[in-house]
Design a protein around this ligand. Structure first.
Ligand SMILES: *Cc1c(COP(=O)(O)O)cnc(C)c1O
Length: 219
């Protein structure tokens, strides 16, 4: 078994003490690893490929809360809309529209996070500051999605100061939205991974997405 129970309990206790949600990123890992963490009481798991998620989900307990954290193509929303607890990484209006449509077909309201582009790399997906505010203003057009918060991925760099600035940028957008009033109150700020979760928490993260620290390195 490649899940270290002591490491899990330590991390969970550290995050619980700070009111931060632990999302276990199980991508590329076999269902046995997910079951091992499930046996320890964990329920929040995340995947970033639709096909992999769709294959694993029926093999695992129904009370797992599955989060989708990858780049989601519109034509694939239909495969996960019936069971996905939260879709992070909503990076366009058209994707939000499609999630709303598929959620409606399933008679569900799906929680989502808007992904904000905070990294310096062009390759990372995400909305601009202005696009976030524009989408939130029109949230009532999408009654079958509930925008719970924001998600961001920092640059892939050893430059801690740069990563900190990127996290703080996301936190400031989050705070500005919430300062606007109760109509679009955001509660989830998803930022931080195995290598930078502590930094992310000092910058205001409420949910960290941790893979390799829990499951070991991915090949
Ligand atoms: C893979 C992944 C993670 C987890 O990365 P680790 O460094 O293994 O903790 C977090 N967020 C996203 C979006 C990912 O794709």
């Amino acid at each position: 078994m490649s899940v270290d129970a002591n490491a899990y309990h330590r991390l969970k206790a550290e995050l619980d003490a700070q009111g931060v949600t632990l999302l276990a990123v199980s991508k590329t890992k076999p269902k046995e690893d997910i079951e091992a963490l499930y046996q320890l009481g964990h329920r929040d798991f995340a995947e970033n490929y639709v096909q992999e998620l769709v294959e694993k989900q029926p093999l695992l307990p129904d009370d797992i809360r599955w989060h989708f954290i990858g780049h989601l193509q519109r034509n694939k929303v239909k495969y996960i809309a019936s069971f996905c607890a939260m879709i992070q990484g909503v990076d366009s209006r058209s994707l939000l529209q499609e999630i709303n449509k598929q959620a409606q077909k399933c008679g569900r309201v799906i929680d989502v996070l808007l992904q904000v582009h905070i990294a310096s790399e062009e390759t990372k997906f995400g909305l601009s500051n202005d696009e976030v505010f524009a989408l939130l203003e029109q949230a009532s057009l999408y009654p079958n999605v509930q925008i719970k918060g924001l998600m961001g991925m920092a640059s892939f760099t050893d430059n801690t100061e740069q990563v900190r600035q990127e996290f703080l940028t996301l936190k400031s957008i989050f705070d500005r939205v919430n300062a606007q009033g109760p109509h679009n109150r955001l509660t989830v700020l998803s930022m931080g991974m195995s290598g930078d979760y502590r930094l992310a928490i000092t910058c205001g993260s409420t949910m960290v997405r941790v893979g390799s620290l829990l499951f070991g390195a991915r090949s």
